[in-house]
Design a binder for this molecule. Structure first.
Ligand code: PMP
Length: 290
């Protein structure tokens, strides 16, 4: 029997249709809040502690006090997953500033709202993993850290949405976003890696990126397998002349990139190192879920 979806809001579970937030919530009015996307594999949350730590760090950066302890939040996620009968799932964890008035002042808002939505995971089509993605560099630059630090996973994703629109208009799958200095930052919803002469490289956090948890896992796995991994500034030129390129993210895991700005990357097919890392990643998940 399929269970009706249940959404967690501030300690209670509601049916999907009944799960509501006030129109005066500053999360809606101003994108004032933070969030996380977490995967569960075979009923086990993957790197949940890291995601919760990043949520609390994002909240601290915008002076938002999450009205729950980390352990309580962890338990609430597990409870929501179980109540939905989900084992392989995507969890969206959201904390909004709460209900205020129409003014900007966040200190006028009431209690922050904690929301947990769980759903079956909408994977990228299998074809994308076999054939690889096509990217374009877009004109929308990644938000500079001194405007809104991309390390904050905030509810304000318009910067990324504008980039995504550009890439869709160009007929590509994902957008390469540069920073204000012209260096590669990340994609609209994923981190980016290249392989050159057997070495792995990815832009540093200082390039103005979200410090991806999948990015971290991939660096650990690669180093564990004896690969050289560096975090270094790169320009579109470095992408064009790379042997391989791939993206990382909670939903995407590791996904090959075969074309950028109409240039084939390597021989225009997913590369051996990318495929090896993808296998290692999936093995790691299978081990972590046991
Ligand atoms: N960059 C951005 C802008 C993202 O939104 C995400 C998450 N989808 C990532 C990178 C990847 O982060 P993670 O591996 O923690 O999901």
């Amino acid at each position: 029997m399929e269970l009706a979806p249940r959404v967690y809001i501030n300690g209670k579970l509601y049916g999907k249709e009944e799960a509501c937030i006030s129109v005066y919530d500053h999360g809606l009015l101003y994108g004032d809040g933070v969030f996380e996307g977490i995967r569960a594999y075979k009923g086990k949350l993957f790197r949940c502690r890291e995601h919760i730590d990043r949520l609390f760090a994002s909240a601290r950066a915008i002076n938002l006090e999450i009205p729950m302890a980390k352990e309580e939040l962890h338990a609430a996620i597990r409870h929501t997953l179980e109540s939905n009968g989900l084992t392989d799932a995507y969890v969206r964890l959201i904390v909004t500033r709460g209900i205020g008035d129409l003014g900007l002042n966040p200190y006028e808002c009431g209690r922050p709202q904690v929301i947990i939505i769980t759903d079956s995971i909408a994977l990228y089509p299998a074809e994308y993993y076999e054939k690889g993605l096509e990217l374009v560099t877009v004109s929308t630059i990644r938000m500079p850290a001194n405007a809104l630090n991309p390390r904050i996973k905030s509810l304000n994703y318009l910067n990324n949405i504008l980039a995504k629109m550009e890439c869709i208009q160009a007929g590509a799958h994902e957008a390469v976003m540069l920073n204000k200095d012209g260096f590669v930052a990340e994609c609209s919803g994923d981190n980016i890696f290249i392989v050159k002469d057997g070495r792995l490289a990815t832009p540093p956090v200082d390039a103005g990126i979200l410090e991806g948890i999948t990015r971290q896992v991939v660096m650990e796995l690669a180093r564990g397998a004896g690969m050289e991994v560096s975090e270094k500034e790169m320009t579109p030129f470095d992408l064009y002349v790379a042997d391989e390129c791939f993206l990382t993210g909670t939903a995407a895991e590791i996904i090959p990139v075969v074309r950028i700005d109409r240039r084939d990357i390597g021989d225009g097919r997913p590369g051996p190192t990318t495929l090896k890392l993808l296998r290692m990643f999936r093995d790691h998940i299978a081990g972590a879920a046991e």
